[in-house]
Structure formats: C-alpha cells, structure tokens
Write a protein that binds this ligand. Sequence first.
Ligand code: PLP
Length: 386
Amino acid sequence: MKASRKVGRIKPSAIRRMLELSAGLKDVVHLEHGEPNFATPEHVIAAAIEAMNEGCTHYTDISGTLELRQAIAEKLAKENGIDVDPQTEVTVTSGSQEAMLNAALGFLDRGDEALVIDPYYPAQFEDTLLAEAVPVKIPLNATNNYRLEMDALEREITRKTKMIWICNPSNPTGHVFSKRDLEILADVAERHDLIVFVDEIYEKIVYNGAKHISLASLPRMENRTITVNGFSKAYAMTGWRIGYMVAEKELSATLRTMHYYDTLCPNIISQKAALAALTGPQNCVDEMVAEYNRRRLLVAKQLGKLESVTYPVPEGAFYVFPNLAKLDKSDETLALDLLTKAKVVTVPGSGFGKAGEGHIRISYSSDYEQVEEGMKRKRYYKESRF
Ligand SMILES: Cc1ncc(COP(=O)(O)O)c(C=O)c1O
C-alpha cells in the first residue's frame, strides 16, 4: 500500500537514522540523542506510584487535570511572566512533540507559509509539510552569534505567511535568544499579524548566567504566541510523555480540537508525576544542570583543541553544533565516518536545516564518561584532519 502524498513529502529524522545505523554495533559512544542519562527524581516516581495505588487509572479532562493546569499557570506567572487562565489557556499534552503537529494542522492550510528559524528542530519543518504548507527557512549564522535580523525576516514575508516557528534555547545549536532578538520577532509578528510558535523545552537548561526570556511575556505577544514546554528534559522524564501548550483562549480552542483527536487526554499517571515535578523540590533540576555544565565545558575544551572546528560555546540545552565546513567532507559523510571508524554517533547538521550543513550535532546528555570517551576518540578526527 502506498503512503499518502503528505507522508511521502516528509523525511525521516536524521537522529533516528543515526540511532538505527548504530544499532547492534559494539563499543559505540552515543552522542546523538537528546536523552538525559539521569533517572527521573525519586519524589516524582513516588507520586506516580501513589497515584496508581489510589486508583488514578482513568481518563482525565481532555486538556489535563485542573490541578496540573493550575500548577502550570502558577509556574508561568512566577517564572516566565506569562499570565494565563488555566481553565481555557493551558492544555496538557502527551509530550511537547504533540503540540507541534496540533499547531501545524490547526493553523496552516495548503499553500500557507510558515517561517522556520534555521537551524531548526526537525518537527517544526516536517509538521509544516504535513499540513501541506510551505516552510520558509530563515538562516542564522554562528559567526553572527545566531542573531535574528529584521530584514531577513521581512524579506521572506508574503501575503501567505501565517506563522513563525522558533526553538529557544535552540536544539540543535544550544543558542539562547536575546531580548533584542525576541523583540525583533515580536515586532515582525505584530506588524504582519502572525502566530509565533515557541518551543521552550530547554528553558531550565541554561549556563553561565544566561537568561532565558519567554516570548509571550513581551508586550502584546500573549495573544499570538503558542508557548510549548514539557518535562522530558528538565526533569529527565522523556519516557513519561508529558508536556503542555499555552496560548490565548481562541488559539487554545483550536489546539484542543486537534489534541482531542490526537490523544483524547494525556496519561493520568504522568500528570500526577508532572505535578510533583513542578510543585516539589527543584534542587534536582539544579544538580542536573550543574552536571550538564561540567560536560559542556569538557566538550568545549576538547573541541577547542581542533584547529578546523569553529563554534560559539552554547549557553543552553545540551548540544554543541560545531562547524566543520573547513573539511572537504559533507556533514553526512563526516557523521558516517565518525560512526563507522571512531564508533561515535553524532547527527549530521543538515538534518536540522540548510544552515546546519557543514556542522554536526554533539549531545552531552549521555553520562560524563561516555562524553569523555567520545571526545577522546577525536584521535580519529585528527587523522582525517578534522
Ligand atoms: C526542541 C525539542 N522539542 C521537543 C522535543 C520533544 O519533547 P517531548 O519529549 O516533550 O515530546 C524535543 C526532544 O528532543 C526537543 O529537542
């Protein structure tokens, strides 16, 4: 049977492809996936066990339990400067990934255009294609410290432009967008009446005093921003499949229509766990971020020894995105060589957009020893004048 035309248009994820290629290989170091190596904090697991024992094994409200939505609204007011009504403007999702498809199918029609800040998180691009809309890349450059430029955005706007996608802090670059950049985005969105989808899943994973700013906290942005977040990265809860999307009432109503048919409702046990994560002690997050920082510095130190590699040391997420364009190999060939010859799994940067060409993404979400071993194998890089 033939897949639909829509599915025929999308590409499999480069991350998944590298994982599959490395499956079954021995002595492999995994620096490709964004999978925290930490266990979910104990008090979160305890809350889930308690919930099950108390009979929390049924459907919940479609948009999630009110207690969790209230806790999310409180967190947004306190930490992000975003005021929302938990009844109508917060929706709990089965992981934040779900929110991207909801937004694409909910707001984009065939032929509409959506600007994608490039390098991008692949689902933003592919979900736009699934909606039969046109993703329009806005390339950012590391040499310019990934600054957003008003002209570059304005140049690509047409009558068909409906939405802008951004990930802050960025996967794959680890870049944290400045207030200046967000103000430019807000300005453009307001002038052209656009929706902005901002993925803030790495907001808590920032280093060196970097400050994450929520786009929806900027003046007049609350009515046109879809803010998405989740528990996977900050609380090491990838397997619990729990996240949330926040938007003004009418935007939320559309997102909820999609969400109902996608998932019916999020998992009740994960919702109890997420509530414990949000309302419980936060030192677990600080400890994980401190450890990520240790690995970040290790990767930076090792990459710093390689002459042909350039990159800004990232201030967020757990990725480094070095530029290897000085080499005479494509990022695809390089990632495959690294896999087969050095047994280090990375992701070719072109999997994150045209602006990612010539880069590889290195994740330091694996444990310190793995990261250290992966970086030691740079012996191979030297041999190939990496
Ligand atoms: C930027 C970004 N958004 C969303 C996701 C998916 O998160 P979740 O587990 O909440 O679906 C990931 C996972 O790697 C990610 O990197």
